[in-house]
Write a protein that binds this ligand. Sequence first.
Ligand SMILES: [Fe+2]
Length: 145
Amino acid sequence: MNRRNLLQLTLASAAASVAAPRLAAAEEAPKPAPSMAGGVYFTSDHPGRWSKKVKSHVPQIEKTVGPDGAVTLKITTNHKQYGYEHYIIKHVVLDGDYGFLSETMFDPDKDEPVSSHTLPAGYSGPVYALSMCNKHDLWLAEATV
Ligand SMILES: [Fe+2]
C-alpha cells in the first residue's frame, strides 16, 4: 500500500466513523405520532376514508346567550335518520380539555339529530361537539364561547 492509498483509506475510515452515528441516530429517532383526526375521529379538514360524507356528518354548532348570560349550544347533524339501520346515535359536548359536559342520545324512529346543551355558568373557551353515526363513525367540530 502506497502513501496515497493509505491516506485515502484513513480519510474514508474517519468519514465513516463520523457518519455512522448520525445514521444510527436518525434511524432510532422517534417517529411523530400519527394524528387521530382522519383515523380515529373525523373532521371537515380530516375526513379520512369518509371524504364524501362531510356535509352529512360534521356537527353544526350554533351559540345563543340567554338573558341570564347562560350559553346554550344547538348541535345539528344534517343526516337523515333511517331507523336503526343507519342513524346518528348521539351528540356529545366536551370542554376545552376534552372533558365531558353533556350528551344527547337519539331514538332514530322519532328523533332528528338536533340537540341543545347549556354550558356551565361562566364557561368560556373552546367547546367540541361530537356526532356519532352508526355507519360513518365519530365526527368532531369546534367552536369558541
Ligand atoms: Fe352516516
